[in-house]
Design a protein around this ligand. Structure first.
Ligand code: SAH
Length: 226
């Protein structure tokens, strides 16, 4: 267990991790164009500082991505908010996330949708995220250690599939796990290696693809690290 006992002070945070600092982060997100009130509300309450190592927790509410070990990063608050907004817009019930990482995006989603499945390929991250999400009583989340490229076949279909790592090409096996009318939201690299946030909507066996904004994510990798 990496987290100290959860007492109210730790959960709330103090100084750089206080509610006031969190409010300022959310004001900044609104200023930067995040409109969805549910997303802003959930991010106001979510203790992002608990998803980082203690040495970095004082930076939790800065507008920046931060390392979570194993060469991976917790995305900056704006991108978490933006992706959450895109998920909420699809009005989903069942959501699959690929790339649990620290579990912060997972926590935000768990408070916005009914049922959530999240897959991570690095065991140490998967386990620590599980501890945090249990502590924060995210009861509607199921986590799995696996290569997310295969999705979660036992729980199909999903209304939304969200990738938090960048695919080098459109991940077809995941598109097949979408419900009719469902959407996949994913960073995908173009031929020049530039990354774009892409939204793909399924209509029957047709997939309609929309390119949103340029982004920067760690790559989607194959296999499991135990
Ligand atoms: N959403 C995360 C950000 C994590 S960074 C957060 O809030 O912290 C992306 C994560 O995707 C990393 O943890 C990485 O290990 C994971 N990942 C990369 N390829 C994957 C794959 N094929 N299956 C599952 N997880 C993968």
């Amino acid at each position: 267990m990496h987290l100290p006992d959860l007492h109210p002070g730790l959960l709330q945070g103090i100084g750089m991790t206080s509610q006031r600092t969190r409010n300022r982060m959310v004001e900044r997100l609104a200023y930067q164009g995040i409109r969805d009130q549910r997303v802003l509300e959930v991010m106001t309450r979510a203790p992002r500082h608990l998803f980082l190592d203690e040495a970095l927790s004082h930076r939790a509410y800065e507008d920046t991505s931060l390392p979570i070990g194993h060469g991976q990063t917790l995305s900056r608050p704006w991108i978490v908010a933006r992706m959450s907004e895109l998920v909420v817009q699809a009005e989903p019930t069942r959501v699959l996330e690929i790339g649990t990482g620290s579990g912060y995006q997972t926590l935000i989603l768990s408070r916005l949708v009914e049922e959530l499945w999240s897959v991570e390929r690095i065991n140490a991250l998967h386990r620590r995220a599980g501890e945090r999400l249990r502590l924060l009583e995210a009861g509607n989340v199921q986590l799995r250690l696996a290569d997310g490229g295969h999705g979660w076949p036992e729980a199909v279909p999903f209304d939304v599939i969200l990738l938090t790592a960048c695919a080098s090409e459109m991940p077809m096996p995941l598109l097949a796990q979408l419900a009719d009318g469902g959407v996949m939201i994913a960073p995908v690299a173009d031929k020049g290696g530039r990354q774009w946030l892409v939204r793909v909507r399924r209509n029957g066996n047709q997939f309609e693809r929309e390119r949103l904004e340029p982004v920067r994510f760690v790559p989607l990798l194959e296999g499991v690290i135990r």
